[in-house]
Design a protein around this ligand. Structure first.
Ligand SMILES: Cc1cc2nc3c(=O)[nH]c(=O)nc-3n(C[C@H](O)[C@H](O)[C@H](O)COP(=O)(O)OP(=O)(O)OC[C@H]3O[C@@H](n4cnc5c(N)ncnc54)[C@H](O)[C@@H]3O)c2cc1C
Length: 472
């Protein structure tokens, strides 16, 4: 265990000189408390001693050098939309919020890249590049809230991973400030290199434990052609999950999206939206499928084949959203999922994120429901189903007190994760290990792998000041 020092008034003064008075929160408990938790929930909150908001790489470097010399823990923070507790300052110390580093520095059509600071809101980038006829494909469902820096640090996924891959696939370059204040420039505006060990890849998904990203170069794609969204109800979960591979085979290309929502999820989302979804009385689960095509003909062929594959697999019907308004109204059902759950239960646990091979999804879904039932806990499941990535979300039952709930929820996730691992999967597809999944991560990873990871962490951060208590 590292023995950390406290932030003294002198150190707070030096940090204020580095960042400017407006960009430091010290001693104001109310303001500090907004940085004590993330979307994992307030039940896990821990107070930072100070929050600093640097505006450039030089300032980040000075903060890190100071923290390293004084053995003060530093928790990097982006938008705080993470659900694995990765931005919670477990050891107090400094929260380094990148929120002031929020500029899109360049969109370059020839290189097909965007160069951004870490606190650019993901959706802002998506919209900005679309204006240039380009497309940023790495965004998660929290697109309106999360920052690009947070997406890179968690290797975020989302609904389009089946076609475009997760955030890792879209990062070309990173400027990183290390624990000792050193600055690394990794990758660049190039799309291939065999030029030694790939340290950039190592940084992606490192959840603030290896370095702080201060500049990011992202790959852009040509904007996709026309799209159509299908809403497909099924009366049986097994039929729903099994339809997925048949859809992909039938359309002979990767769809943009195949999302799954179970009955409870759809019920709560539709209630939240004050609307009704077709077949709500009969359907046990729904797929939301999005396909694209370069021409109207190609698009029609594709969605008709997808629809036929669904009907062959026992779908109750296929609803087509072929104009912007109807497609958006289908998508809203999925997008409001988390808020809809929180409306009925403010303590609903949103940290379920297991992933298994597509062939094992049905089995994991059954096991998840069984485990939740065993503990008398209601579960709602949404899934990026074509990636085998399930989000089982747990509602706090009345028989459990608020104090005991986080522990029970994590116990259930451990059981679900153990089943996922037995089926060839892992405990997080996109949200990360953070601290909520740390025990199960450490208990299930082979020792030889953990030893290598500890060696890497020690090399980058020998004093263990960067986001301690997370991942390793
Ligand atoms: C409603 C909702 C829907 C969601 N949907 C998805 C989804 O579809 N896919 C998905 O993957 N996730 C999803 N999430 C989870 C979350 O939005 C993602 O993990 C997101 O990538 C976190 O971004 P953030 O900016 O909020 O980062 P934060 O939560 O602030 O930080 C996340 C991690 O990144 C580190 N970090 C932040 N900035 C930096 C930096 N500059 N350098 C180094 N490390 C840094 C932090 O220390 C922390 O470990 C969802 C969350 C919610 C609430």
């Amino acid at each position: 265990m590292t023995k950390y020092n406290k932030v003294t008034p002198d150190l707070a003064d030096t940090l204020t000189q580095i960042c400017g008075e407006k960009n430091v929160i010290y001693e104001n408990k109310e303001e500090l408390s907004s940085y004590s938790y993330d979307e994992a929930g307030k039940l896990f909150a821990r107070m930072p001693e100070i929050v600093v908001k640097p505006q450039n790489t030089g300032q980040v470097s000075k903060i890190m050098k100071l923290a390293n010399e004084n053995l003060i823990p530093v928790t990097p923070r982006a938008a705080g939309s993470g659900v694995a507790g990765a931005t919670i300052p477990l050891e107090g110390g400094i929260v380094l919020s990148v929120e002031k580093m929020n500029k899109i520095l360049e969109i370059n059509k020839i290189d097909r890249v965007a160069v951004v600071e870490p606190a650019v809101v993901t959706n802002e980038l998506c919209e900005r590049v679309l204006e240039e006829g380009l497309f940023y494909a790495g965004y998660p469902m929290s697109v309106e809230m999360s920052f690009i820096g947070g997406n890179v640090a968690t290797n975020a996924g989302g609904d389009k991973v089946i076609k475009y891959g997760n955030t890792r696939k879209h990062v070309l370059g990173l400027e990183v400030v290390l624990a000792n204040g050193g600055i690394l420039n990794l990758g660049g505006r190039i799309r291939k290199q065999t030029w030694g060990y790939d340290l950039m890849d190592l940084m992606i998904g490192s959840e603030g434990t290896l370095g702080i990203f201060t500049k990011i170069i992202l790959n852009l794609l040509p904007a996709p052609g026309k799209t159509v969204t299908l809403l497909v109800p099924f009366d049986n979960i097994e039929k729903t999950t099994e339809a997925v591979s048949n859809i992909i085979l039938a359309i002979k290309k990767l769809p943009l999206t195949v999302e799954f929502m179970d009955k409870i999820s759809v019920e709560l989302s539709s209630k939240y939206l004050k609307t009704t979804i077709p077949f709500q009385d009969k359907a046990e689960a729904y797929l939301i499928i999005e396909v694209d095509g370069d021409s109207q003909q190609e698009l029609e062929d594709t969605y008709q084949k997808a629809g036929e594959a669904c009907l062959k697999n026992g779908a109750l019907d296929v609803f087509i959203g072929d104009d912007r308004k109807s497609a958006e109204s289908i998508w809203r059902v999925r997008m409001v999922f988390a808020e809809a759950l929180r409306l009925v239960d403010p303590y609903v646990s949103l940290s379920g994120d297991v992933v298994v091979p597509p062939s094992k999804v049905t089995e994991l879904m059954e096991k998840t429901i069984k485990i939740a039932n065993k503990h008398k806990v209601r579960v709602a499941i949404a899934a990026h189903i074509a990636d085998g990535n399930l989000h089982p979300e747990l509602f706090k039952p009345d028989y459990v007190s608020l104090e005991d709930w986080p522990e029970l929820a994590e116990k259930i996730y451990v059981e679900i994760t153990q089943e996922a691992i037995k089926l060839g999967g892992v405990g997080s597809g996109e949200h990360g290990v953070g601290f909520l999944k740390r025990d199960i991560f450490l208990n299930t990873k082979p020792q030889i792998e953990l030893d290598i990871m500890r060696g890497i962490k020690n090399l980058f951060d020998p004093n263990n000041i960067l986001n301690p208590g997370k991942i390793i």
